[in-house]
Design a protein around this ligand. Structure first.
Ligand code: ZN
Length: 186
């Protein structure tokens, strides 16, 4: 595909992400385009082969004045958010409405939002089936007629469909506990 002279000029004939000058092509976003090198383009289109360190270049390119470059940068950083450098860059990247709408339209590098289904205790530690927890505050157990005291140990918890709730046995009753009020015993 021919590169529009306007795009080539604004990009200074460089990849707008990593600044390479070889094998450039247009990458379409909404009705705009970003000039990308072959490496960036291939990695974005085949996330399995994405090399996180290649995209450390985003610490520069995400500050581009062009919303389509910002949107693409955001999408890559979001894909790499398990890497601490990427998630801290992503936090710094403010998107205006136009850039955000481009993010929403971009169908590359989709991330399954698995984090939201993880059950976490009051300290953010992940709770797993069979873990032991203690209560960090007194809980009135409705229907069972007792108060589970702060510090009560609950062994062998069960996860529920709701990531905010676990089930455990307190005073011989299987009850639902709010994960926020628990501390994992390790
Ligand atoms: Zn590149």
């Amino acid at each position: 595909m021919d590169i529009s002279p306007k795009l080539a000029q604004r990009a200074n004939n460089q990849c707008e992400l990593c600044a390479q000058t070889e094998s450039l092509s247009e990458f379409s976003i909404s009705d705009q385009a970003v000039l990308l090198c072959e490496i960036c383009c291939n990695q974005i289109n085949t996330p399995e082969s994405l090399e996180p360190n290649h995209f450390r270049c985003l610490s520069n390119s995400m500050w581009s004045e062009f919303p389509e470059v910002q949107a693409l940068s955001w999408k890559i950083l979001n894909f790499l958010k398990e890497q601490s450098w990427a998630s801290s860059l992503k936090e710094q990247l403010y998107l205006d409405d136009l850039a955000q709408s481009m993010v929403d339209e971009l169908s590359v590098l989709e991330v399954e939002e698995t984090n939201q289904s993880t059950t976490k205790d009051s300290n953010g530690a992940t709770l797993n089936e069979g873990d032991s927890v203690t209560l960090i505050k007194d809980l009135v157990v409705k229907g069972a007629g007792f108060t589970a005291k702060r510090g009560t140990l609950v062994k062998n918890i069960r996860l529920t469909n709701n990531p905010l709730h676990i089930e455990g046995k307190v005073n011989g009753s299987q009850i639902v506990l709010v994960s926020n009020f628990l501390k994992k015993v390790t």
